[in-house]
Design a protein around this ligand. Sequence first.
Ligand SMILES: [Fe+2]
Ligand SMILES: [Fe+2]
Length: 286
Amino acid sequence: MDISMEAVIEKSGTPVSLPHVYLEMNRLIDLPDSTLADIAKVAEEDLGLTARILKIVNSPYYGFPSTIDSISRAVAILGTKDLRDLVLTTTTLDIFTKMKFKHDHIQEILRHSLFCAVNARLLAIELHQPQTECFFVAGLMHDIGRLILLQALPESSHMAISEARTTGQDLDSIEQDIFGFTHSDIGNRLAELWHLPENVKEVIAFHHNPGRSRHFPLQTAVVHLADNRANLIDKKSSLVSNPPPVKQEALNVTSLSLERIDELLKTAPDHFKEVNQLFMNSDVAA
Ligand SMILES: [Fe+2]
Ligand SMILES: [Fe+2]
């Protein structure tokens, strides 16, 4: 198929840039002399976003011992990067839930992405990572390329998924044959257009090949494992009958065994229900 990734992104109706509030926060976080107050002020200017962030950080899922009643307090407790990642999560979900889905599979991909995000955060906590939101948001975004492909080219994408299901062949190589690029490639291209953090870009690009991640091998490995387990645990969202096997390098990087991972993720379905209620306007768990 002779179509560029940019043309597919445009055809999908996905915005080619993220809202000002996210871009401005990102810019300030990278500036050495910006203060917590400067960063909080940007988020506070968006009242809808402020309300959503406060609802999220005060939910049982986050489990902070005292009420967080302002963005300034949220940034002081969470730190600037976790707050930025939370803004990214709510902004992205907002974009997707407002889109008119052109294919039923999109709802399933959203559900799968949210499940993967929950798994990734649980694994990050086990690995004592100081910041866990970046794992959640990277999990949420990992298959964004599949969403774009289904939205822009529903028939060919559906064909690719069916072929992967019936033949057991790897989805990436089928996509490569049909489109000339994979969902990881096009997701990575969108991540560039959206100025997503480098770690998220790398996770999107290499979530099926974690060994190729150069700068964020741990996050990429965690999302690779979280993705595989999301497919196995949550059959409702799994579009593949045989998810590709876990890559050994992901287990090596995290020093986790599959038995330990499955033990840790026993609570994932309950966390998923909470997160789904919290983040989604429409109920994808129905
Ligand atoms: Fe994927
Ligand atoms: Fe996935």
